[in-house]
Write a protein that binds this ligand. Sequence first.
Ligand SMILES: [Zn+2]
Ligand SMILES: [Zn+2]
Length: 321
Amino acid sequence: MSPLAARRRTIRASSVARALAIIGDRWSLLIIATAFQGVRRFDDWRRGLGVATNVLSERLNRLVASGCLARVPARSGQRRHEYRLTPMGAAFYPTALMIWRFDRRWSRHRRLQPGALVHTHCGALMMPTLVCAGCRRPLSAREVRYEAGPGAGLDRMAPPRAVRRTKAQPEQAAAVATLVGELVNFLGDRWTPQVLAAFFVGAHRYEEIRRETRIATNLLADRLRVLTEHGLLERRPGRERPHRHEYALTAKGMDVYPVILTLLQWGDRWLAGRGGPPLLLCHRPCGRPLAPVVVCDCCGGELDPHEVSFRRPRSRLRPAL
Ligand SMILES: [Zn+2]
Ligand SMILES: [Zn+2]
């Protein structure tokens, strides 16, 4: 391989990219999300999600190989085995909640999502909210400082997925959109989360985003266009050179931040290895290393899957979380 080709096959080490290489496609996210509601069996996923047998089989095998699910003997005895969330898979819960939150606030299919989350601990209908464990303030990208961590460097780019885009069948599309929504399309793309993450560390201009992400210009231009079309970014005149435009996150784009932060936390915890986290985060208001936690916006209590239920009137679909 030429040095140039070798360089092209690396990206900046990122816990978010590592997390998404494992979990960042529509079906894997849906499998994990429904596992939090107690789905354990192949046939239940196949029927509940309307996913093809071979695709489901491949995704389950991958989730087992990566350590998110464990294949265990079934309790009932009739079936040979079932799948359970490992501690690594269970630790994905904050991200699943933040994805639900984003879709609840922004999905174009909001009318298809009549459900609500109930915190059974306090009995309230609630919106899961990401706060700093140290000072309990809700987290905003502007209040977080970044510096290179011990694991900073370059990662080899994950190989392309065998099935890059799995389109749901038309009759299932609405069901799938109801469950996870449009954000999954962005998370399932190799580059889009990298582009969004660049904004969260302060990039605005094309060159800055390119330096941060190391993406080829045509791919970057395409992702910026799609994110602008979907209302996550807006173009504006440059602050220093008004004739050259730059990009900024909209309110909707800002709302991806909790998803990215929980992915980063998950990647740091499970995928950083001996090298340590590639990026260190500090919460400016309290000055402590950032430890995000998801809480109930009514009582402030930390959310546990056993204390959250999904209220969904008159539906045959399985709940999202
Ligand atoms: Zn804090
Ligand atoms: Zn509560």
